[in-house]
Write a protein that binds this ligand. Structure first.
Ligand code: AMP
Ligand code: FE
Ligand code: FE
Ligand code: ZN
Length: 291
């Protein structure tokens, strides 16, 4: 026996990625394959307001040999300020949560059509060009409008579209329905899921909520904060870590990968195995998919 300690590869866990079931650019199976290629052991599929990608991702996870955490990123608001709530391992058939997600998806469609109508007054863009970029049954978002504009040469990339016509302050911007965040936390818990607030301090995207609001959400059943995310600088991460400690919340890290739609690389931020164990222990709605 040599005295060399065995080299144990760390378990790498990315708890926030998107597919074409919402505004990612790769189908769920391709995202799972991408996770394997990046050396991940566990990946959570968290499409906006839908679980439509779960079955394809589950099949791919079994085939590719990676653990899948089925999830979603639920659009919410607190007095009009947008909040994204990650939900892990909820029951996709629980009627109240499913109805709320359905309502958001339906209004996202109405909203996208209204935005395209407004944009079309000044730019040569049609609803057909946008809807052609949305997979059947997928959640539509501003990134789909951006992609249609890129295809027509109206903007260079999604970034330019978001900095101009799609910006929340733009005259073409229309809001969509989203449930109150505290109600959404309760719905996720009611569906056996584990609610974690996505990128709580990502101020670049718009207004963010106060620590007091996060504390109220914690009292309502919020389980964790996504701390290690590229939209948080070191001081924001430090602040969130101490807030989480004070409120008894878990902390996660994740990429928020959207395929080629964003610069975020899959696996660029990760979550510890201990934290994932605690998430799994809290969940009663759905199971992790283990090959
Ligand atoms: P929506 O959900 O329709 O309000 O659009 C917001 C979504 O667009 C976010 O969830 C991000 O995934 C994406 N997004 C926001 N800003 C950008 C950007 N600059 N480049 C690419 N995608 C973005
Ligand atoms: Fe997105
Ligand atoms: Fe988000
Ligand atoms: Zn996201």
């Amino acid at each position: 026996m040599s005295g060399v300690a065995p080299r144990v590869a760390p378990v790498r866990i990315d708890l926030h990625v998107h597919s074409t079931a919402s505004d990612g650019t790769q189908p769920p199976a391709a995202v799972v394959a991408e996770a394997v290629a990046a050396g991940l052991d566990v990946v959570a599929l968290t499409d906006h307001d839908t679980t439509a990608g779960w079955s394809q991702a589950s099949e791919a996870a079994l085939r590719e040999g990676v653990v899948l955490v089925p999830g979603a990123e639920i659009s919410c608001q607190v007095n009009g300020v947008s909040v994204h709530l990650l939900s892990y391992l909820h029951d996709p058939a629980e009627p109240e949560l499913a109805a709320e997600m359905q309502r958001t998806r339906a209004d996202r469609l109405t909203r996208a059509r209204r935005m395209v109508d407004l944009i079309a007054v000044d730019h040569p863009l049609t609803w057909e060009e946008v809807s052609a970029r949305v997979e059947p049954g997928a959640t539509v978002g501003r990134p789909h409008i951006a992609d249609a504009m890129v295809a027509k040469g109206l903007v260079a990339d999604r970034d330019e579209a978001f900095a101009t016509v799609l910006h929340s302050g733009s005259r073409y911007h229309v809001r969509h329905y989203a449930p109150d965040a505290e109600a959404a936390v309760r719905l996720v818990r009611g569906a056996g899921g584990v609610p974690v607030m996505a990128h709580p301090l990502a101020a670049r995207r718009g207004q963010v909520v106060s620590d007091a609001v996060i504390s109220e959400l914690a009292a309502a059943g919020l389980a964790g904060l996504e701390v290690d995310h590229r939209d948080h600088d070191p001081a924001e991460r430090e602040h969130l870590r101490s807030l989480a400690a004070a409120l008894g919340l878990l902390t996660t890290g994740a990429s928020d990968y959207h395929g080629s739609g964003k610069v975020n690389r899959i696996g660029e931020n990760v979550t510890t195995p201990e934290t994932l164990e605690r998430i799994e222990a809290m969940a009663t709605g759905a199971r992790m998919v283990r090959p």
